[in-house]
Design a protein around this ligand. Structure first.
Ligand code: NAD
Length: 514
């Protein structure tokens, strides 16, 4: 693996920054083999403060650059990513164990958001609003905000940063990146590829990379008043730690936290479509997507037929678990040994509560896959006799692994399925498979899905960058990427000018000392 990394870094025209191990270095583990492949130097509090300072100083110049000119820099970033898509995808695949095809998709998403941001750089604009006063003009303008801290999760080690960075940069904000300690190499490579483009435009300090522990380095970043926006992607636990700290200094957060996503399949649905979408949604990226399908509610009259099809699909999928570099494999390893431990503990817990494992259920320890962190895609049927709210806690938990719980709902009772779907603390993604327009409208009604994403006849995962991405409730309420998500990265100013010769007051107030 070390040789592979050297080769990938040299294809990217960078050098692999491994150092001698010490008490302060970070060990990088290969999830496909479980082996430590090298060590990296980490930031500490003083070096973090230096980087924040540099980003804050760079803001003074970047905010003055016209947005379309900032867009031209982001266009060059997109071109650079296009040139290096394959090597970068291979690096993501090797570092976090994501299948090579999905890793290519992740880099493509970076390219797409750059393209999107370039267009946006000519479109971010405010409204002109009618003033109630004669000869007055009132309008809004959107101005750069300041350095944005992007905390990213391991499972989308580069795409989520790019959603933030491409938009923040065209908005005139420097970006400070605190990547997951499971994915520092992908971050180093992206930074090494793209930061020189900003540097050659005279704004090199507007892109900072900070690698280090949460309790020192991340905390220093989160608490710094020079960082007006903290965009944090990760678990709900992380959000619960970060949000109050930023709130205490009255900063802004954009939170993209955990998901516990459900698919509902009613009796009118196209079952072939549903099975394909559910299998990809539940087992793709080894169940390590925020939008992974974790719960499946099926109308009782079709439950047996759908279950049979899913069991057959899972049998095929379990043959395709293995080295993520091999495009023939669809499911790579989990990120580390503790993720495998959480998977095994949750399967055991579900069984103790009376659920039945219909497929998978175990980790893989055979010679070929060695000590890699592989588990089988797992399908668990929850009996109709169990009260989901009171008796079956596993369904309330986002276990970051390929476990799908299947439960039938009474015929004709879509409302029950929707209420089960909404009964978890998170509110990220949801999907309904149905050919009934009445059911679809119900799913989209105010009494329907409470999630940020509500799909019909499409699974829960695999969003496009053109839409605003994010979720409600404990998912944090943030929106990133498309639509008007850019507004989070700017400050709004309401401006009114009086072009007349008198000073009429709003609300018709008469107030004069003469
Ligand atoms: P994690 O919460 O362990 O870590 C995410 C990031 O937060 C890492 O960079 C980590 O170092 C940092 N972090 C953790 N605790 C922190 C603290 N107290 N202060 C500052 N920084 C801290 O999550 P993970 O295991 O890397 O990723 C999986 C989780 O992320 C899942 O819950 C998944 O649903 C979620 N996720 C959400 C989205 C989304 O868009 N909603 C996208 C990807 C992942």
């Amino acid at each position: 693996m070390s040789q592979e990394l050297h080769a990938l870094f040299s294809q990217l025209e960078l050098s692999l920054p491994f150092v001698k191990p010490s008490s302060t270095t970070l060990a990088c583990e290969d999830p496909s083999s479980g082996a430590v492949v090298g060590h990296l130097a980490q930031d500490d509090k003083p070096s973090t403060l230096v980087k924040i300072d540099a980003a804050a100083r760079s803001f003074a110049a970047l905010r003055e650059v016209p947005a379309p000119v900032r867009g031209a820099i982001v266009r060059a970033m997109g071109e650079r990513l296009r040139e290096h898509k394959q090597a970068l995808a291979q690096l993501v695949c090797a570092e976090v164990g994501k299948g090579i095809e999905e890793a290519r998709g992740e880099v493509q998403e970076m390219i797409d958001i750059c393209d999107y941001a370039v267009g946006l750089s000519r479109m971010i604009g405010g409204k002109t609003l009618p003033s109630e006063r004669p000869d007055h003009r009132m309008f809004e303008q959107w101005l750069p905000l300041g350095p944005v801290l992007c905390i990213s999760a391991f499972n989308f080690p580069v795409a989520v940063w790019s959603w933030n960075a491409a938009i923040a940069l065209i908005c005139g904000d420097p970006v400070i990146w605190k990547p997951s300690l499971h994915a520092p190499l992908s971050a180093i490579a992206v930074h090494g590829l793209l930061q020189p483009l900003l540097a050659s435009a005279g704004h090199g300090d507007a892109m900072q990379l900070v690698i280090g522990p949460d309790d020192t380095v991340a905390k220093t970043l989160v608490d710094d008043v020079r960082v007006p926006l903290v965009s944090a992607t990760g678990s709900c636990a992380m959000g619960r730690a970060v949000a109050p700290r930023v709130a205490a200094r009255l900063g802004r957060t954009l939170l993209e936290l955990g998901g516990n996503n459900a698919v509902i399949v009613d009796a009118t649905a196209d079952l072939e479509l549903a099975v394909r979408a559910v299998a990809f949604g539940a087992a793709g990226t080894a169940g390590q997507r925020c939008t992974t399908t974790r719960r499946l509610f099926v109308e009782r009259s079709i439950a047996a037929a759908l279950t049979d099809k899913l069991v057959a699909a899972y049998a095929q999928l379990s043959e395709r678990v293995g080295d993520p570099r091999d495009a023939g494999n669809l499911i790579g390893p989990l990120i580390d040994a503790s993720a495998v431990g959480r998977f095994s503990a949750m399967v055991a817990h579900a069984k103790r509560l009376g659920a039945t494992v219909l497929a998978g259920g175990s980790s893989i320890h055979d010679g070929e896959l060695g000590a890699g962190h592989y588990v089988l895609p797992t399908l668990i049927r929850v009996p109709d006799s169990l009260d989901l709210d009171a008796d079956f806690a596993p369904m309330q938990t986002e276990t970051f692994a390929p476990i799908l719980y299947l439960r039938s709902f009474p015929n004709g009772d879509l409302a029950r399925a929707i209420s089960w779907q909404n009964s978890v603390e998170q509110g990220l993604s949801s999907a309904l498979f149905s050919d009934s327009s009445r059911a679809i409208e119900r799913f989209w009604s105010p009494a329907g899905s409470d999630c940020g994403i509500a799909n019909v006849n499409i699974g829960t995962s695999g969003a496009e960058i053109g839409g605003a991405f994010g979720g409600e409730k404990a998912t944090g309420g943030g929106r990133e990427a498309g639509s008007d998500a850019w507004k989070a990265y700017m400050r709004r100013q309401t401006c009114t000018i009086n072009g007349g010769e008198t000073l009429p007051l709003a609300q018709g107030i008469s107030w004069s000392s003469t």
